[in-house]
Design a binder for this molecule. Structure first.
Ligand SMILES: [Zn+2]
Ligand SMILES: [Zn+2]
Length: 384
């Protein structure tokens, strides 16, 4: 398959849209990467969807692969969220608008857009209150009962197509959705300039949280991870301090272990009163316990990592230190726009994060590459 207009191979440092598109003929294949069983994927040509009223037809150019896609690929589920096959994965996509339905005036053919993956019902109590992220009947691309965007042509409501600037490569555009999540995490953390921030876990979400913290003027950005490789990467990318994560011995006093470790860390970081904001992206017990120990009185803890469903949690310290505890899962209004703004102004650079790209027909290799843990962010080139 040939590269379409505007598409760039390789990762990182690419630029875009040499000539504007003038021909918006919609034809060709609409290859989909379809999950047909556990670790079973087929490439299937399906009809190109008709564009309905208030919808846009997007020629999908890139899709970031997420840990949730890999969980569905390898286990068919995330916790109680179970998919039925056949199912199309992918929810971190961008592309070019080729056709618009009646009533669409926000975008036009030729516009480059990111696709917001949430389809709230707009009628439930939470939607009526404007909290679309709490929608009781939400459909979310690639989640159970809703196909995702690992395909070549995708029709979605025009309101889900968010314009992106011409100076973003398609690889960068494939990172906008997780960046929007990192922005939501920063909002939940009430992340302010001059704060001492600790991000537990240096995977893709952790790195994006560090990038946002830097853009927002954090004073120090510290990360802990078990992988030296990831710490090395984080230090070059956005962290000011990195440490190898440690766990207490099984028979040790965990609280005492973490108290001592936290004292050492805050001393090295120079945060004498403790850490202002701790973001956990691991969902694992030891880092979470350390995070609470690290916080200053009145500090903010955000649980963003999806890990163990149950951990032993230092709840007494949450009370005595008056810690603000919150969870973050779903982006909210204007997180996409804010992410695009950070990218456009060069305040966040996601290019180093994209360590590998694959064609759509190689999606299975892409899932395996994410699962290997050796890549940071893997992006699919949907037209290849
Ligand atoms: Zn995702
Ligand atoms: Zn709703």
């Amino acid at each position: 398959m040939t590269l379409s207009n505007g598409y760039s191979k390789g990762y990182g440092h690419t630029h875009i849209d040499a000539e504007p598109i003038t021909d918006f003929t919609v034809d060709g294949t609409n290859l989909h990467c379809v999950l047909t069983g556990i670790e079973e994927v087929v490439v299937e040509d399906r009809p190109i969807p008709e564009v309905g009223d208030n919808e846009v037809l997007v020629k999908v150019m890139s899709t970031g692969i997420c840990g949730t896609d890999v969980s569905y690929y390898s286990k068919g589920r995330i916790g109680t969220s179970v998919i039925e096959q056949p199912h199309v994965l992918g929810h971190e996509s961008s592309g070019i608008v080729y056709a618009v339905g009646t009533g669409v005036d926000t975008v036009q053919p030729g516009d480059r857009v990111a696709i917001e993956p949430s389809l709230p019902c707009r009628d439930c109590r939470f939607c009526k209150e404007g909290a679309f992220n709490y929608c009781k009947h939400e459909k979310y691309l690639a989640a159970p009962h809703t196909d995702g965007t690992l395909c070549q042509w995708y029709a979605c409501p025009a309101r889900n197509a968010v314009k992106i600037p011409s100076n973003l490569s398609w690889e960068e555009a494939g990172c906008i959705q997780p960046l929007a999540i990192a922005i939501q995490v920063a909002r939940r953390a009430d992340l302010r300039p001059h704060s001492h921030v600790v991000v537990l876990g240096a995977g893709p979400l952790g790195l994006l949280c560090m990038a946002v913290a830097r853009a927002y003027g954090a004073r120090t950005i510290t990360t802990l991870d078990r992988s030296q490789e990831r710490l090395h990467f984080a230090r070059a990318y956005a962290a000011t301090h990195t440490f190898v994560a440690r766990s207490p011995e099984p028979d040790a006093d965990a609280l005492e272990f973490h108290a001592r470790f936290a004292e050492y860390l805050t001393d090295v970081i120079g945060a004498e009163d403790g850490i202002d904001v701790v973001i956990d992206t691991t969902g694992a017990e030891a880092p979470i316990q350390l995070g609470i120990a690290l916080l200053r009185t009145g500090g903010n803890f955000v649980q963003a990592g999806l890990g163990a469903p149950l951990v032993s949690f230092p709840i007494l310290q949450v009370a005595t230190k008056e810690i603000n505890l919150s969870g973050a899962f779903h982006y909210t209004a204007r997180c996409f726009e804010d992410g695009i703004d950070l990218l456009e102004r060069g305040l966040v650079d996601v290019r180093p994060l994209v360590t590998k790209t694959f064609g759509l027909t190689e999606s299975e290799e892409a899932f395996k590459a994410v699962r290997s843990g050796h890549e940071i962010k893997v992006v699919i080139r949907n037209q290849d």
